[in-house]
Design a protein around this ligand. Structure first.
Ligand code: C5P
Length: 281
């Protein structure tokens, strides 16, 4: 974290990584305006949903005569610090560009995405990437090898703005010094060697004492890494042996969801999109 900005947001230096836990979104070009159905999983329908606002703003800007029907099946928990809503919004923007055969300029699309939320631009890029500014200025990094990762999702919802508001003093010089080798001709090893610290983790642990049971459980289960994702409450963990991960739930507080996932690089992520029909259908 590099400190608070004049716009109230925090200036970040963060590394993003896509994983294969995903929602399913069907995007059909139809009628006028936006319709959104959420038949599976908990998420608002209508304008309270970021995917709806993404479609609405895309159409208003580039295809005001057209309409879209979205069907969203949620698997990524909302409010878990995994960027599920932001990834839905970015997926809708990409799908609409393709289906309506509109090619917005990269700058215009980025501007629309960042207006929806600080993490949305990242999901237009995906893979391993550096986020600076509000996290919305995204620099693709050399991709880390795909690896297994365990997502530990406690039944706690943390407020992103409250966690950010309680963040400690900025670490500008230290972070920029660590990033310098990366920005001067990054080698994949330089990404792996970045300091593995999330400044929001200490804040979340201090404010939400129930998180201690999660970290203690992961230590007892033999995790080789355990770190808060974004502003929480999801913790991602690594195990030297996947078999150990399979018994993980027994070490964790009741109600904690454990998801075995894989990191995804940019080309694997692109392969998740399938398009049928064109501007008409
Ligand atoms: O942009 P988004 O709606 O995802 O951000 C949610 C909240 O998280 C913001 O209102 C702000 O309080 C906090 N935030 C921040 N600095 C960032 C990103 C988010 O303070 N870089």
């Amino acid at each position: 974290m590099v400190g608070r900005r004049a716009d109230g947001y925090h200036e970040l230096r963060t590394v993003f990584q896509t994983v294969d836990l995903h929602d399913l979104i069907e995007v059909e070009v139809e009628g006028r305006g936006v319709a959104l159905e959420v038949p599976e999983g908990g998420a608002p329908s209508g304008a309270a949903n970021l995917a709806y606002r993404a479609a609405q703003q895309f159409l208003a800007r580039w295809a005001p005569e057209r309409g879209v029907r979205l069907t969203l099946r949620k698997r990524i928990p909302s409010g878990g610090g995994l960027g599920g809503g932001s990834s839905n919004a970015a997926a809708v923007l990409r799908a609409l560009g393709e289906l309506l055969e509109v090619q917005p300029g990269a700058d215009e699309l980025w501007e629309l995405a960042r207006g929806l939320g600080a993490d949305v631009p990242y999901f237009l890029v995906g893979g391993t990437a550096l986020g600076v500014g509000r996290g919305d200025e995204v620099v693709p990094l050399p991709e880390l090898p795909e690896q297994e990762i365990w997502l530990v999702i406690p039944p706690l919802s943390l407020s992103t703005s409250e966690i950010f508001a309680a963040a400690g003093p900025p670490r500008t010089q230290e972070l920029d010094a660590a990033l310098q080798p990366l920005l001067l001709g990054a080698a994949p090893q330089a990404v792996a060697d970045l300091p593995a610290v999330n400044d929001l983790e200490a804040v979340a642990r201090a404010r939400v004492p129930q998180l201690e049971a999660v970290y203690n459980g992961l230590t007892r289960a033999g995790a080789t890494c355990a770190r808060l994702s974004g502003s929480g409450a999801t913790v991602f963990a690594c195990f030297a042996d996947s078999k150990v991960g399979e018994t993980l739930a027994a070490y964790l507080p009741a109600g904690t969801r454990v998801v075995r996932a894989w990191t995804l690089n940019r080309s694997s992520l692109r392969a998740q999109f399938s398009f049928r029909g064109g501007a008409g259908g």
